[in-house]
Design a protein around this ligand. Structure first.
Ligand SMILES: [Zn+2]
Length: 303
């Protein structure tokens, strides 16, 4: 199996580099990764990857991709606010890991933020819990020490775009820039580009899904959102309700950031309530027998 994977990787690399086209002949003109996917030219690697469970794209997705290469714009008419809507346009995304084991993933969005992230890291360290931090590129560039601290303490990072634009409002080239600049931000502060992606606010559409897949990202959504429970009622009461909704394999969304660095015209949110709720959440999960961890660890422990 390892050899097969290697062969597929090599073939994909050739395709991505534009060295091989459908006929297997030399093709010196530059072909981007997106061009490779959108062209759907590598029949062999699609088939082999599908056999290994790694989807390059269904016929429907390839048709969507072809339409994206024209001047058509396939943005959704309204934001995807529910997982049913998100699943319809990004069926490859992960919302929850199917398992009976008492493991859940903990994820934090919108950091790093000097007001909250270090406290969140302290609380996690106290309980020896890891999490996945979906960082905004400009925030990581502004607070590189916090981003590096998270990774050095065993947490994993995810790409939450460069500056948190609502991707479903953008045309495909601008979506691609947002994702790739988010990735570049990690490299600029000395971190590896993460394999995980989460679109801002969970707003997505076919174009976002196709472009994230083309960049080899796994899109991670969530099935339980902390702020939904705690922002409009007493925190302890909200955490109790939240804990009642947590199931094995749940992916829990929380926020360790409240604004986008350098962007003045967007609302600044306080995440003080999230920080206050976090010890109750972590201790409540443990009391109910759940072990919280990063998305990576959840996938590994349940595979
Ligand atoms: Zn966000």
């Amino acid at each position: 199996m390892t050899v097969i994977k290697w062969l597929i990787h090599e073939w994909e690399s050739l395709c991505e580099a534009g060295a091989v086209n459908k006929g297997g002949t030399s093709q010196p003109a530059a072909v981007t990764r997106r061009g490779f996917l959108l062209g759907a030219s590598c029949v062999l690697c699609s088939a082999a990857s599908a056999a290994l469970g790694y989807r390059i794209g269904t016929a429907r997705e390839r048709e969507t991709a072809r339409r994206l290469t024209s001047d058509g714009f396939l943005g959704t008419a309204s934001p995807t606010k529910t997982n049913t809507q998100r699943r319809r346009v990004q069926p490859n995304a992960l919302f929850r890991v199917p398992t009976d084991k008492p493991y859940v993933a903990l994820t934090f969005d919108d950091g790093p933020d000097v007001r909250y992230t270090s406290t969140v890291l302290d609380l996690l360290a106290d309980r020896k819990v890891t999490a996945t931090f979906f960082m905004i590129g400009v925030n990581a560039l502004a607070n590189p020490e916090l981003a590096r601290r998270a990774v050095s303490e065993g947490h994993t990072a995810g790409n939450h775009t460069y500056d948190h634009r609502e991707l479903e409002l953008l045309r495909p080239p601008a979506i691609e820039v947002e994702i790739e600049k988010g990735q570049t931000a990690f490299r600029r502060i000395g971190l590896d580009g993460p394999p995980w992606f989460r679109p801002p606010k969970g707003y997505t559409d076919h174009a976002v899904g196709v472009l994230a897949d083309a960049d080899r990202y796994r899109t991670i959504f969530w099935d339980v959102a902390v702020e939904h429970y705690i922002d409009h009622q007493p925190i302890a009461q909200g955490v109790d309700q939240l804990l009642a909704e947590v199931r094995p394999g749940s992916i829990i969304l929380a926020h360790d950031g409240g604004h986008v660095v350098g962007v003045k015209d967007r609302p600044i949110l306080s995440r003080a309530r999230t920080v206050e709720a976090l010890p109750l959440l972590l201790d409540g999960l443990a009391k109910r027998g759940f072990e919280a961890m990063s998305v990576d660890a959840l996938l590994l422990r349940t595979s």
